[in-house]
Write a protein that binds this ligand. Structure first.
Ligand code: SF4
Length: 460
């Protein structure tokens, strides 16, 4: 597959800029429900054959300070003892979960939050030891162990300790290096601190280092963001994610501390976005899709070239075949196609574990139609095309017949040159790639049923 090129068409972006899911799952989390019980989850885990590899997500909800743009499920606290107790229960959950599984190898571990590095290196070690005690973790070279780092919340010498524990991938939030912007969102993080942390990580063998940025924050202009991007590319991370800030103060309380008048106008925001795309491609980054860019020799870019890129709750991933299990509050997993999510609050989490129960909140048991649509949506979002013949053979359906309504709905997209449909392929054009969420929405059976699409963020 060729590297993905983008074409910018402002009138089309304006026409299609509605709200839409990010499709880190299908069905999306809005369809998760409490009719999915612990017995369903346990049955699903027991059905898993021993040869299936696992990927473990660990959620650490604590942060020391609030970032005003934040829409995550986190707990702001300076009381460290809260984390001590959480670690104890997390270890208990890991052990309980492992008892439900066979000898499946654990080949991928991802720590997210909140701020995973809110924990001390001793607490992180305690959790990693528990994992190695109850799971079969193959040698460190072949197991991907990644962590989201907040450079403000970790002493630089701990990078070496993380490497010794087997961590070999890292993602770091930056958002913007401009001081005025940082002040307005309450996240002060210098360029030097970020650069030094990344240099240290490289020294200890970390690969696929990612930096997260956000556009659309208060006081950002194209000019200020040019400076931020120049600094970021100077550090030369392997991956860059650039997210669109959605100002939804009615849903996310911290955002009420952002003055809406300080936000860039829609036109300014679009010109920042256009600059991001042009500049990063000029700098040799490949557009992976959605908000993600990677160097050509990074695992994500290689997986996309080889047609084996996949998507899950952490965004794009290289291992479709891994079964995802989650621990910690609000963590989400996916086993045998079904989705499940833990309770979102600490008291319910501790109460379930006190009774030696996995702290499941809700989930969704997918049906055959969900699996078919998921395949279409994930192929389009990862590879911008669907091989119709192969898809028909794998699913024993006639594409034109099965998706007759969707084909009618996609006509305006075809007329606008966003999509090309032939007997052999459904292909997203260079103009359509930035509007991939809209294209995937054509195949989402739930959007018109229960929920308003306004539950999601804008696609651009
Ligand atoms: S953005 Fe990240 S670091 Fe900031 S408050 Fe939210 S979860 Fe914590």
């Amino acid at each position: 597959m060729q590297a993905v090129k983008l074409e910018w068409d402002e009138s089309l972006l304006a026409k299609y800029n509605i709200s839409g899911p990010r499709y880190t799952s299908y069905p999306t989390a809005l369809e998760f429900n409490e009719d999915y019980h612990l017995a369903d989850y346990l049955h699903c885990l027991h059905q898993l054959s021993d040869d299936k590899s696992l990927s473990l997500y660990i959620h650490i909800p604590f942060c020391q300070n609030i970032c005003y743009y934040c829409g995550c499920n986190k707990i702001i606290t300076k009381t460290r003892s809260k984390a001590e107790q959480y670690v104890e229960y997390l270890v208990k959950e890991i052990k309980l979960l492992a008892k439900q599984l066979g000898d499946n190898p654990l080949r991928q571990i991802h720590w997210g939050g909140g701020t995973p590095t809110y924990l001390s290196i001793e607490q992180i070690t305690q959790i990693m030891s528990a994992i190695r005690e109850v799971f079969d973790v193959p040698d460190e070279e072949s197991t991907e162990i990644s962590i989201e780092i907040d450079p403000r919340a970790i002493p630089i010498e701990d990078i070496k300790h993380l490497a010794n524990l087997g961590f070999n991938r890292m993602s770091m939030g930056v958002q913007d290096f401009n001081e005025k912007v940082q002040k307005a969102v309450n996240r002060i993080q210098s360029f030097a601190m970020t650069r030094d942390m990344i240099l240290e990580a490289r020294r200890y063998g970390f690969k696929s280092i990612n930096i997260d940025l956000i556009y659309g924050l208060p006081f950002q202009t194209k000019k200020t963001f040019e400076q931020t991007l120049a600094l970021v590319t100077d550090i030369s991370p392997d991956r860059i994610s650039v997210f669109n800030y959605a100002h939804l103060p009615h849903r996310f309380k911290p955002q009420r501390r952002i003055n809406a008048d300080d936000l860039p106008s829609a036109t300014e925001k679009l010109s920042i976005f256009q600059y991001i795309i042009t500049f990063l491609q000029q700098q040799g980054y490949i557009y992976i899709g959605m908000d993600h860019f990677a160097k050509p020799d990074d695992e994500l870019a290689i997986a996309q070239q080889q047609g084996c890129l996949h998507r899950n709750f952490q965004g794009y991933t290289t291992h479709e075949e891994y079964q995802l299990i989650g621990v910690g509050i609000s963590s989400i997993g996916s086993v045998n196609g079904q989705y499940h999510q833990n309770v979102r609050d600490i008291p319910s989490y501790y109460a379930a574990l006190e009774q030696d129960k996995l702290p499941l909140w809700r989930g969704v048991a997918v049906n055959q139609d969900d699996l078919i649509r998921k395949k279409v949506i994930f192929d389009l979002i990862c590879h911008f095309e669907l091989d119709i013949h192969r898809f028909e053979q794998a699913n024993d359906i006639q594409f034109q017949q099965y998706f007759a309504n969707e084909i009618t709905m996609m006509q305006p997209f075809i007329e606008d040159d966003l999509l090309i449909l032939t007997e052999a392929k459904l292909q997203v054009t260079a103009r359509g790639r930035l509007l991939i969420r809209n294209i995937c929405m054509l195949f989402d059976a739930y959007l018109n049923e229960l929920h308003s699409i306004n539950s999601f963020s804008k696609v651009i």
